[in-house]
Design a protein around this ligand. Sequence first.
Ligand code: ADP
Length: 240
Amino acid sequence: MTGDVAPPIVFRTRALAKVYTSGEVAVHALRGVDFEARAGEFIVLLGPSGSGKSTFLNIIGGLDRPSSGEAWFQDRDLSHADDRTLTRYRRDHVGFVFQFYNLVPSLTARENVRLVTEIAKRPMRAEEALDIVGLGARMDHFPAQLSGGEQQRVAIARAIAKRPEVLLCDEPTGALDSATGIRVLEALIRVNEAFGATTLVITHNAAIAETAHRVIRFADGRIVASETNPTRRQPAEIEW
Ligand code: ADP
């Protein structure tokens, strides 16, 4: 180490557990997750389907609550927050990107991003957000006039326009072919580097892990490995 001060911790969980009950059946989605993420990290979450990745992301994103254990964003206790507090937390601090883009079909790319910039506290301009994801020339296109990868990049622009401290992505390339997925991954990395948003990306695609600072592996509701990549690869260098 060179004596550099480590960036501050953004997320911290301790013994995080989530049980879903429906009727007689209890599903233990998370079974005690201890996790920390530091400001500016780009982290990929891998693991089989059903291993708890989405549940974990939803809890630290304030979309869901744990059954027990702790989840903190900076100095905010998310595990005991009421609905209003969680809504405010999501609105002010978190950008979400999901597998399906959920754009408003009757609005252009620019207008879709403006839906967010109009209500955010310190937004960037919609045009700037679209530039960052490489869509500066397509701002006035409607979703139906854009490819899947372009629509996903509009969704990323929408997520980052409020300058969130954290960007949480659940299978953002899941519906895309390889070449298109690489463009989306490049956009996420550019966002992470441009303004240091701590970024967590769930994927089934192990190749994507090579572009991360750190890789977290989930299995059966637990984190079973956390590995730092000694060198990161560029999205254009990977294949899937
Ligand atoms: P992953 O993202 O790794 O695929 P999930 O977090 O989606 O895993 O799911 C973990 C487990 O919790 C799975 O067994 C899943 O079926 C269950 N689960 C997730 N969400 C719910 C829910 N809302 N109600 C009941 N069970 C759920």
